[in-house]
Design a protein around this ligand. Structure first.
Ligand code: PXL
Length: 285
C-alpha cells in the first residue's frame, strides 16, 4: 500500500553554494509529499567544482545520529543516498541500510564523477566501495561516468561508441551488466546522443529510453534533482519508466529556467521557479 506521507532518510551533503545534494533533495521531496529526514555526510561552503571550497566531514555525527535514530525506533519508507565526503562513509551507509532498510525503498545515487572524470573527493577506493553499496540498492541512478566506473568500462571508449553509433546501445549494454550484477532497477541519467539527452530505465518490466532536448551547459546538482524526483515518484507509487520521464522533464524545465540567466553553472539550476505542479503527486492533499 502506498503511504500518504512516506518518510525518507536522505543521506547527502549540505553545500551552501551550488544548489545540490540536501538543499535540492529536501525541497523536491517535500513538494512531492515525502517527509525528508536529513542525515548530512558533510557540510561544505561550496560544491567541489569551486576552487577553495571548505568541507567538513560529518562521519562521526552520521554514526551518532543513526544510532540515536535506532535507539528511538525510527523507521523509514525509503532511504536515498548521494555524495560521500570519504570512502569510509560508504560502509556507514551500508550499515544504515542494514539497520533501517527492511521494507524501505533504497535508492543509491552513486555520486562519483561526471564528464569522464571522478570528483576531487572520490578515490579508487570510493569506487570499489560504491560497487559494494550498489549491491544493496533497489534503484541505482548513475550518469555515464558513474556507470563506466561501476562496471569497469572505459568512459572515452563508451562515449566514443555512443557518438559513432548515434544511439544509446553501448550505455544500455553496461546498464544491463550493472543490473545483472546488482539486481537493482537502473536509471542511467543524461546520456548525450546528438542534440538530445537520454535517460535509460531498466527493470523487471523491461527497458526504456526517454529523451529531452539538450539545452546546453553543465550545471551543478542536476543529477541530485533527477534522483530526488525519481525517488519521490517511486515512493508515491509511480513505475520506473514514468518516474524517469517525470524526473527528466523536471530537470529539463529547471535548466530551461536557468539558461540565459548569466549565472555561473556551478551555482546550479533555478529549480525553485519550476518547483510546483509538474512533479507533485496529489495523494496526500
Ligand atoms: O551533485 C553532485 C555533488 C554533490 N555534492 C557535492 C559535489 C557534487 C558534485 O560536484 O561537489 C559536494
Amino acid at each position: 500500500m502506498i503511504k500518504k506521507y512516506p518518510r525518507a532518510a536522505v543521506i547527502n551533503d549540505l553545500s551552501g553554494m551550488g544548489r545540490c545534494s540536501l538543499a535540492v533533495s529536501i525541497a523536491v521531496l517535500s513538494v512531492m509529499g515525502v517527509t525528508p529526514c536529513a542525515l548530512p555526510t558533510a557540510v561544505l561552503s561550496h560544491q567541489t567544482a569551486f576552487e577553495n571550497y571548505y568541507s567538513h566531514d560529518l562521519s562521526r555525527e552520521m554514526e551518532l545520529i543513526a544510532s540515536r535514530w535506532a535507539d528511538m525506533g525510527e523507521r523509514f519508507d525509503g532511504i536515498i543516498s548521494g555524495y560521500v565526503a570519504h570512502h569510509a562513509q560508504v560502509e556507514l551507509i551500508e550499515k544504515i541500510i542494514d539497520d533501517f532498510g527492511g521494507g524501505a525503498l533504497v535508492l543509491v545515487d552513486p555520486v562519483l564523477g561526471d564528464n569522464g572524470a571522478l570528483y576531487h573527493s572520490c578515490s579508487r577506493e570510493t569506487v570499489t566501495r560504491m560497487r559494494s553499496l550498489a549491491g544493496k540498492a533497489d534503484v541505482l541512478t548513475p550518469n555515464l561516468t558513474e556507470l563506466c566506473a561501476l562496471t569497469g568500462a572505459d568512459y572515452d571508449e563508451t562515449a566514443g561508441d555512443i557518438a559513432h553509433s548515434g544511439g544509446v546501445q553501448p550505455a544500455l549494454e553496461l546498464a544491463r551488466k550493472l543490473r545483472a550484477e546488482t539486481g537493482a532497477k537502473i536509471a542511467v541519467t543524461g546520456v548525450s546522443v546528438g542534440n538530445t539527452l537520454c535517460n535509460l530505465s531498466l527493470d523487471e518490466n523491461g527497458e526504456g529510453v526517454t529523451s529531452n532536448e539538450k539545452i546546453g551547459g553543465c550545471f551543478s546538482g542536476t543529477g541530485d534533482i533527477f534522483s530526488s524526483v525519481l525517488f519521490g515518484s517511486l515512493l508515491m507509487g509511480g513505475d520506473l519508466q514514468g518516474s524517469v520521464k517525470r524526473a527528466g522533464d523536471f530537470v529539463t524545465a529547471a535548466i530551461k529556467n536557468t539558461v540565459g540567466s548569466g549565472e555561473d553553472p556551478r551555482y546550479g539550476v533555478r529549480f525553485e521557479g519550476v518547483l510546483r505542479g509538474d512533479i507533485r503527486i496529489k495523494n496526500n492533499e
